[in-house]
Design a protein around this ligand. Sequence first.
Ligand SMILES: [Zn+2]
Length: 413
Amino acid sequence: MSVEPGGRPVLTLPEVSTVTTLRQRNRALVLKHVILAQETTRAAIAKDSGLSTASAANLVADLLTAGLVEERGSVSSRGGRPITLIGPRAESAITIGADIGERGVAVEMFDLAMNRIDQEFRGGAKEEEPERIGADLQEALVALRDRNAGRWPTLLGIGLGLPGMVETDADGRQTLYAQSLGWPPVPVASLCDAGTIPVLAENGAKMQARAESWFGSARGADHAVIALLGRGVGLGIVTGGQLLYGAHSSAGEWGHMVIERGGRECRCGNRGCVEAYIGSDAMLAEWKAAGGVFEGTGWRAMGQLIGAAHEGDPAAARIVEEVVDCLGAALGGLVNLTNPERVVVGGWVGLRLMESLGERIAEAIRRHSLSRPGGQFTLRVATFGGASVTTGSALLPLEALIAADPMSEKALR
Ligand SMILES: [Zn+2]
């Protein structure tokens, strides 16, 4: 199956020109500011980008001509002269983000203002193989294309948030390494046949970190750790305003940091990993072994475990206490290592824990870190909830557009 057999809209991302002029770089800066701000003014753009008001006005004029931003009426200023508001022109482009989990595929479509305009889900309860996931993804993309045929030619690209490490070779080919799922290395190209539409993949937790950094709970923080707690456990580290990748992109593989030498068996084959203690399967298996009764293995079951702990069920209370302590130890080590100003907890398990245990988690992190860095962060729950990975994934094609200079290409037509 292919996204568009015959008559496929030709849509390529711009070649990143080797010589970017100062004007191009500044234009990219201005576009990013407008998308981040959603509604802003020429003066605010100038201030935020360190440009003169005249330069900012010229760059906004460029982006207005390109149809990427729009004027949105005006507000009165103190001097009495009305100030025109500038926002991204939502209908000028669409971008797609997919959250590829081990139990299914969520695909969401956004406009340039990052409004969600459509979505598709595939897959379900049973553990999936890469081939099945690729077929589900393809089906979801075809459904989105068929419902949005008119806007499809403005698609910037497809971002895939994947359940493992994603490496990119010198030729731009990407490969997924999902050791803890027992998958062989998976070429990203085998998951999705999008023709000429650019497909950009990255680890799902890094996608969440991107979404939270742009629009969510890590916004404005140059130093942050953003944890994704679900069945598996992932993390994005923002340092100096940049996501940390390491030499080949595995930086942030916190789920397999050993917190108990020779401890519980982990899916990755090692023992004592973070994931073997605070992954949902581990928590629910512990509760089951202690006589706990719950429905399914998801959101509801996790709520039942935490609810039982609050109601004084001794086994549930012990398990939740252990989870809080393990999470505190694992994040406390990161606080010492990275000195974040913000610690963000997300993923469906993280959201469940943060509903009622935020203070205890913050206290556990401080207990497991040095007192100086332990006193220098604030703990927040992720903003995007279940949509954080799709949102972050949809930002990848947008970032590519911004990085490539929005004026020098034909991506928008
Ligand atoms: Zn492991």
